[in-house]
Design a binder for this molecule. Structure first.
Ligand code: PEP
Length: 253
């Protein structure tokens, strides 16, 4: 059965002590209230806090993910982080192709495909983001855009490799804007994505792939979004920086 996942993308936020407080706060909440049996929480802090996060996760209340990885194996790439390094720190997940990286750092679908390859070579599960910008939604091009991103970024994988992928559909117009896709809009495109996967890899692979929604997801709308049959959780930005909000979203299944 595919997992319900709630992943917190902290982006470039929190000083060291604040990060420590956030993780501790989440742990305290989780010690008091259990999440659903099929629910997985993933924390994706900035690189410098991965180790602290992993140390806290030893009691396995949550998994830990990075927010980015370099597409090369190793070498003279000043300031970059490799999949090999993440694996050596026992990091289990990594966000790839977030719209902020596509927009500000010129990440292309081809680069995202290489990042996915590096991660899989090092046993790290990619959380691969896709989604259209506002003008594309207004021109009703969201299906074409998402199809291109998934085809070019992921469809070179074998079915076995694809089984390691988590997809995050994140309409760019909803990220950090307070504007959320309606549950019907989310369901429509999530079903489209699952169908694309089924056409390429078969129904079983498609049924087992977790497809997350991202974009101004909060405790007040999470239940309605997650109630859809093809929405398997969320990639959460702003609300993952607040203990109560994040834990309440994780309890919304
Ligand atoms: C994100 O950046 O992945 C995201 C979903 O952000 P927010 O929840 O703040 O819209």
């Amino acid at each position: 059965m595919r997992k319900n996942i709630v992943a917190g993308n902290w982006k470039m936020n929190k000083k060291f002590d604040e990060a420590d407080d956030l993780i501790n706060g989440i742990l305290t909440e989780l010690e008091e209230t259990e999440l659903g049996e099929n629910t997985l929480m993933i924390l994706c802090p900035p690189f410098p806090y991965l180790e602290m996060c992993s140390d806290y996760s030893n009691d396995s209340y949550f998994a830990v993910g990075a927010q980015n990885v370099n597409d090369n194996e190793r070498g003279a790439y000043t300031g970059e982080i490799s999949a090999e390094m993440l694996e050596s720190m026992e990091i289990e997940y990594c966000i790839v192709g977030h719209s902020e990286r596509r927009a500000y750092y010129g990440e292309t679908d081809a680069m995202i495909a290489r990042k996915v390859d590096r991660l899989l070579e090092h046993n790290i599960r990619p959380i691969v983001c896709c989604g259209e910008v506002l003008e594309e939604r207004e021109a009703n091009k969201q299906f074409d855009v998402v199809k291109r991103q998934i085809t070019d970024g992921l469809f070179h994988l074998s079915a076995e490799q694809f089984g390691q992928i988590v997809i995050a559909y994140e309409p760019v117009w909803a990220i950090g804007t307070g504007k959320t896709a309606t549950p019907a809009q989310a369901q429509e495109i999530h079903a489209f994505i699952r169908n694309l996967i089924a056409e390429k890899y078969g129904k079983q692979v498609a049924d087992e792939t977790s497809i997350l929604y991202g974009g101004s997801c909060k405790p007040s709308n999470a239940k309605e979004l997650f109630a859809n049959p093809d929405v398997d959780g969320g990639l959460i930005g702003g609300a993952s920086l607040q203990v109560e909000d994040f834990v309440n979203i994780a309890k919304a299944f």
